[in-house]
Each structure stands twice: as C-alpha cells, then as structure tokens.
Design a protein around this ligand. Structure first.
Ligand code: ADP
Length: 241
C-alpha cells in the first residue's frame, strides 16, 4: 500500500525571511542537549537529519522502503534525499527559524543543501569537545543504542574529523563560524550559546554584524585581525608613554 507523501508546496513563500543555523559537533558533544535549550528559549524548530531518516524509514512509502533498505545494508543515504527530507520538514513545520543538527556532515551534504535549499545559513554553531569527554559521555548515555560502544564511538569520531572538519573550515573562511567550548557543564555551555543567539535576535538576523560581546573565536576573522592589530598598536603606544 505504498503511497508517495507529496508536499503541499516545494519552497518557502518568496520574500519570507528564513533563519537557518547549522549545529555541528562530534558524537556526544552535546548538540541534542543544547538544541533543546535553544528551541525552548528562542523558538527554533529542531531538525536532525538522522531522526528524519529514521522517521521516513518507518513510513510505508516507496522512499521509506528505499531508506530502510539502504540503512539495513549499511549504505549511505544520498545527500539529495536528506536535503529533500529537511526541506519537507521545514515547510511542514510552518516555522521560519530552524536548527539543523548534525548537518552538513561533509562537503557533499553542503553542496546538496546549497543546490536545493538556496538559503544561506546565518552561521554554523560548532560545539567543540575533546575526544575523551565525548567518549565518557556516550558511554554514560548508553541506553541500549548499539552504536554507543567504544569502537563505534572512535570510528564516528574519526569520520567526524575527516569529513566534517572541511565544512567547519569552509564556514570559518566565510566568517560564519561560532565556536563554543563544549567540555563544560550544560548550563555553562548554554551561556555562550545564548549570547550568540541573543545577538542574532538583536541584530534582526543581519549576517556579518558582530558586537563586542563575542569571544575571539566567535568573531569573523577580519574583525579579529583588526582588533588584534588595533590592540597591538595601542599596546605599543602605551608602552612608549
Ligand atoms: P550529541 O547530540 O552531540 O550526540 P547529546 O546531547 O545526546 O550529544 O549528549 C550526549 C550525552 O552527554 C547525553 O547523555 C547528555 O545528557 C550528556 N551531556 C550533554 N552535554 C553535556 C555536558 N555539557 N556535560 C555533561 N554531560 C553532557
């Protein structure tokens, strides 16, 4: 009884401001935990590519069956399909602010997103956490997920380093990287996250505008360079006086 689940519309209404933030971090870095807090405080819709795939695989559609088979065989689901699912979920939510958790995982994901969704993300939030801390958390989290064992964790971490780091570097070059230290307590991490999102609100989502409240790593590289240069000159001048 397979049926195709068609969208009512296939794109956002023209002229509507849509805010998209990518949230990236290694397995166990605390993405899910921080996203839940951002949803509560800032009214974003949280979308996880993995959850969307698992959800679609459960449906009795042609696409669902295909995803189920691919996942069962341990094969990768195409980036185009993931992006289609993301877009469908965005349109169905009726919201205009989205956190996309664990995406883009690699450059192919990023290209597929750019070719289909055509909405520049405001920034990429990178929750930076040490390998040791992530391992500790995932082993604690172990609630029957069969991918939460030490070998799988290490493999996922290596894949993260190889495939996702280029995406992080890409957004850093564009001045769109916002990095937080994820090794601390949940609420301490959220203090930094909150400052980043509060600024997005205050500045009417204007990309590229940063205020002085950000840490160096959260600033756009040009501004950081300018600040360093300025402070350097000021420091020399002061030393002379
Ligand atoms: P991810 O979505 O990045 O895989 P989760 O949000 O699921 O990570 O967090 C992984 C585990 O670590 C969960 O058990 C969560 O409760 C715990 N956790 C998340 N953030 C922190 C933190 N800052 N300090 C300690 N434990 C955390």
């Amino acid at each position: 009884m397979a049926h195709t689940n068609k969208n009512h519309t296939e794109s956002f209404p023209p002229g509507k401001k849509i805010t998209i933030v990518f949230v990236i971090g290694g397995p166990g870095s605390g993405k899910g935990t921080q996203c839940a807090k951002i949803v509560k405080q800032f009214g974003f819709t949280h979308l996880s590519a993995g959850d969307l795939l698992r959800e679609e695989a459960k449906s009795e559609t042609e696409q669902g069956t295909m995803i189920k088979n691919l996942m069962h065989e341990g094969k990768l689901v195409s980036s185009d399909l993931i992006v289609k699912l993301l877009l469908k979920a965005m349109l169905q939510s009726g919201n205009d602010k989205f956190l996309v958790d664990g995406f883009p995982r690699n450059e192919e994901n990023r290209h597929a997103y750019e070719n289909t969704i055509h909405i520049e993300p405001e920034f990429l939030l990178f929750i930076d956490c040490s390998k040791e801390e992530m391992e500790r958390r995932i082993l604690n989290r172990n609630q029957g997920r069969d991918d939460d064992n030490i070998d799988t964790i290490r493999r996922r971490f290596d894949v993260f380093q190889q495939s996702t780091m280029p995406v992080i570097q890409y957004y850093e070059k564009k001045g769109k990287l916002r990095k937080v230290d994820g090794n601390r307590q949940v609420d301490e991490v959220f203090e930094d996250v909150k400052a980043i999102f509060a600024q997005l609100n205050n500045q009417g989502n204007l990309p590229g505008q940063q205020a002085g409240g950000l840490s160096r790593t959260q600033m756009n590289p040009f501004k950081r360079w300018f600040l360093d240069f300025f402070c350097g000159c000021f420091g020399t001048q002061e030393a002379r006086n």
